[in-house]
Write a protein that binds this ligand. Structure first.
Ligand SMILES: [Zn+2]
Length: 113
């Protein structure tokens, strides 16, 4: 989870956001990633039949304080067309329906994932 305001860099915030994505297994100790980092590393169990969430609106006391970017590590498969991890892009329905007419830059998901 990137782009988190410094005062929200807390284990509880990682758990709160993580639990909207799936179920949190563990939030990494902030110390482990070095001081001054602006991200939280969270291990989460996710429902792989759904597209992955790319960002999260962070609110405190009802006010939006920023957008949290979410990146994923250690995905065995990932489809950049539809954001699912159940297949690779060549096997994607979105890709197959497009009959090869889709271009890379039309993908909803980018390599930074
Ligand atoms: Zn797909």
């Amino acid at each position: 989870m990137h782009n988190i305001p410094e005062r929200s860099l807390k284990i509880e915030v990682g758990e709160m956001i993580g639990n909207t994505i799936g179920s949190v297994i563990q939030v990494a100790d902030l110390e482990d990633d070095g001081a001054g980092s602006e991200f939280l590393r969270v291990r989460i169990n996710i429902d792989i039949s759904k597209p992955l969430l790319r960002c999260f609106k962070l609110c405190t006391e009802g006010k939006q304080v920023g957008w949290v970017g979410i990146k994923y590590e250690r995905l065995p498969n990932f489809c950049y067309w539809c954001g699912r991890v159940t297949h690779r892009e060549r096997d994607c329905e979105v890709w197959l329906w497009g009959k090869g007419s889709l271009r890379k830059d039309e993908q909803q998901y980018e390599e930074w994932l």
